[in-house]
Write a new protein. Structure first.
Ligand SMILES: Cc1cc2nc3c(=O)[nH]c(=O)nc-3n(C[C@H](O)[C@H](O)[C@H](O)COP(=O)(O)OP(=O)(O)OC[C@H]3O[C@@H](n4cnc5c(N)ncnc54)[C@H](O)[C@@H]3O)c2cc1C
Length: 285
C-alpha cells in the first residue's frame, strides 16, 4: 500500500521546524529515520497532511558528555549510539543494547528519539532510560520542557508529547552505578526486557524497570525495596517480590507470546538483570 499524499517539509533550522510544527499542529508529524512512521503511513494506521523531516537540523544528533550528564540528541541513530566512544565508556549497557536492536538497516536509520516518541510497547530503550532516571527535553513554540523518561510513555503508542512538540535530546545522569539490561527476543521484537540500576551510593534506591510485556515500561517497586534491603541476595523472596510486581500488570496474549509465558519471561529477565548487576559488582571488587 502507498501512503496518502502529504506535504514534505525539510527545515534546516530548529526555529523553522518548531514554527512548521505549530503552523500545521492539527495534522503534522515529525519525521526522523522513518522506520516506524513510513510503515504506519503505508498501512494507513497513521495519516498526516504534513511531515517535518528533522534530519537536516544541525546538532540534533549530537552526543556529548557535559560533566555528570550524558546528552544524546534525539536524532542519534541506534548505530551511532552503539559505536560512540563516549557512550561505550560512560554507559556500555546502552551502547550494547542499541548495537543489538533489529538489524543493521534499522540501526542505521532508526533514531533513539523515534523509538521513544513512537512508544511501541516492545521498544527496549524506554525501559533502560527509565531505570537510568533519564530526562527528555522537548521544544515547541511555548519553549522547552523536560519530562522524566519514566513518565513520558503512557500507553500503547501514547506519550505526553504535545502534537507540536519535537524531542530534542535525552539527558542521562552519569553516576557511579552498576547497570544491566536483559531481554528475550522473538523474531525481530522483544517479548520481555528488564533493566536494573544499582547505585554505588548506598543511600540511593535501586531502580528496576520492566518493559515490552504490557502497554509501557513500569517500575517494580517491591523488587526495588527487596534489593535495597538485601543487596546482592538472589533468593526465593526476591522472585516472590518480582512476581508480586508483575501480577497486577495487564499482559495480553499476542502473536509472539501467550500472556502466561510472557509473565514467566518477565520474571526471568528481571532476575537476570538483577543477577547481572551482582555479577558485575563481584567482578569489579
Ligand atoms: C524490523 C524492526 C525491528 C525492530 N526491533 C526493535 C527492537 O528489538 N527493539 C527496539 O527497541 N526497537 C526495535 N525496532 C524499532 C526501532 O527502534 C524504531 O523503528 C526506530 O527507533 C524508530 O526511529 P525512527 O527515527 O525511524 O522513527 P520514525 O519512524 O521517523 O518516527 C517514529 C515516530 O516518532 C516520531 N518522532 C521521531 N522523532 C521525533 C522527534 N525527535 N520528536 C518528536 N517526535 C519524533 C514520529 O513523528 C513518529 O510518530 C524495530 C524496528 C523494525 C522495523
Amino acid at each position: 500500500m502507498l501512503p496518502r499524499p502529504f506535504t514534505y517539509h525539510r527545515p534546516t533550522s530548529l526555529d523553522n521546524a518548531v514554527a512548521l510544527m505549530a503552523r500545521h499542529v492539527d495534522d503534522v508529524s515529525p519525521y526522523a529515520g522513518g522506520t516506524e512512521l513510513l510503515l504506519a503511513m503505508k498501512m494507513h494506521f497513521a495519516d498526516y497532511e504534513h511531515l517535518v523531516d528533522l534530519k537536516r537540523i544541525p546538532d540534533l544528533c549530537a552526543i556529548a558528555r557535559n560533566g555528570d550528564t550524558l546528552s544524546i540528541g534525539a536524532l542519534a541513530t541506534h548505530a551511532a549510539i552503539a559505536t560512540d566512544a563516549v557512550i561505550q565508556e560512560a554507559l556500555p549497557a546502552l551502547a550494547g543494547l542499541c548495537g543489538s536492536i533489529a538489524n543493521a538497516r534499522v540501526r542505521a536509520a532508526g533514531t533513539i528519539g523515534g523509538n521513544l516518541c513512537f512508544a511501541e510497547p516492545r521498544a527496549d530503550p524506554p525501559v533502560l532510560l527509565s531505570a537510568l532516571d533519564a530526562e527528555l527535553c522537548l521544544i515547541s513554540v511555548r519553549g522547552e520542557r523536560r519530562v522524566a523518561a519514566g513518565r513520558f510513555i503512557t500507553g500503547t503508542l501514547e506519550t505526553t508529547r504535545a502534537p507540536d512538540e519535537i524531542l530534542l535530546r535525552i539527558e542521562v545522569p552519569l553516576k557511579a552505578r552498576t547497570v544491566r539490561y536483559e531481554r528475550v527476543v522473538h523474531g525481530h521484537r522483544t517479548v520481555a526486557g528488564a533493566a536494573a540500576v544499582i547505585e554505588h551510593d548506598a543511600s540511593a534506591a535501586p531502580r528496576i524497570w520492566l518493559g515490552c510485556v504490557a502497554t509501557h515500561p513500569v517500575a517494580l517497586p517491591n523488587a526495588e525495596t527487596y534489593v535495597a534491603a538485601n543487596p546482592g541476595v538472589l533468593d526465593n523472596a526476591l522472585t516472590q517480590a518480582i512476581a508480586s510486581d508483575i501480577a497486577p500488570l495487564n499482559i495480553a496474549d499476542d502473536e509472539d507470546a501467550g500472556a502466561d509465558y510472557r509473565r514467566h519471561l518477565a520474571e526471568t529477565v528481571t532476575i537476570r538483570a538483577i543477577a547481572g548487576t551482582v555479577q558485575q559488582e563481584v567482578r569489579a571488587s
